[in-house]
Design a protein. Structure first.
Ligand code: GTP
Ligand code: MG
Length: 203
């Protein structure tokens, strides 16, 4: 899929104020600093569409971007960021949980995981909760430029093995680095396929 246009639409604290639900959307979530906003900029080939930072805790609202005037990308706050107040952490959690449960046009959630790390309980539990609520998701392993190629395959193998303890089948998996954008084409093809399905179901 070619990205012809990408625009910021609105930021919200509450799913109820999000844009009218008529077009498909894909949200990005994961631990703070895992690279959600950076991946959005990679997909849209825009340097500063979503705000990024080397420090965790940058994205704090539900941010809608409209792509090709046809579908939404949604940048969400991260989880697992220890250095913010408990109140704020709870607020982010409630905001994203409600959004995930109530947003009917959410086609699929992209769960981002740092490929450098061993499987983290916080991510595994988060995905388990998605399973419980039947929220469709895929995984994007990020920052693949940070480890040697052979370690990528090994870390992936370990991750899949760990997930198969809980899951009968694995979700779709993408690998990306913002340095070479290796996963971009595959991620956009995935979205294109589901956009078609979304619109054909409306016919
Ligand atoms: P929050 O909004 O705080 O939850 O973080 P986020 O998940 O949106 O992360 P963000 O995109 O702001 O990126 C965090 C840091 O990771 C930034 O310094 C990015 O430049 C860096 N980063 C993101 N993706 C990659 C990648 O693929 N490779 C490398 N080397 N760095 C990356
Ligand atoms: Mg962010």
């Amino acid at each position: 899929m070619k990205i012809k246009s990408s625009e910021f639409v609105v930021s919200n604290r509450d799913y109820k104020s999000c844009p009218k639900k008529t077009i498909p959307e894909y949200a990005f979530i994961g631990r703070s600093n895992v690279g959600k906003s950076s991946l959005i900029n990679s997909l849209t080939k825009r340097k500063d569409l979503a705000k990024t930072s080397s420090k965790p805790g940058k994205t704090q609202l539900i941010n809608h971007f409209i792509i090709n005037k046809d579908w939404f990308i949604v940048d969400l706050p991260g989880y697992g960021y220890a250095s913010i107040s408990k109140t704020k952490r709870e607020e982010f959690k409630k905001m994203t949980q409600e959004y995930l449960l109530k947003r009917e046009t959410l086609v699929s959630l992209f769960v981002l995981i740092d490929i450098k790390l061993t499987p983290q309980v916080i991510d595994l539990e988060f995905m388990r909760s998605l399973g419980k609520e039947k929220i469709p998701f895929v995984i994007v392993f990020t920052k693949s430029d940070k480890i040697p190629k052979k370690n990528i395959q090994e870390n992936l193998r370990i991750y899949k093995e760990k997930m198969l303890i809980d899951w009968e089948t694995l979700p779709e998996i993408f690998i990306n680095s913002i340095k070479d954008n290796e996963g971009r084409t595959k991620i956009l093809s995935y979205i294109e396929k589901y956009n078609k399905e979304f619109y054909s179901n409306l016919d």
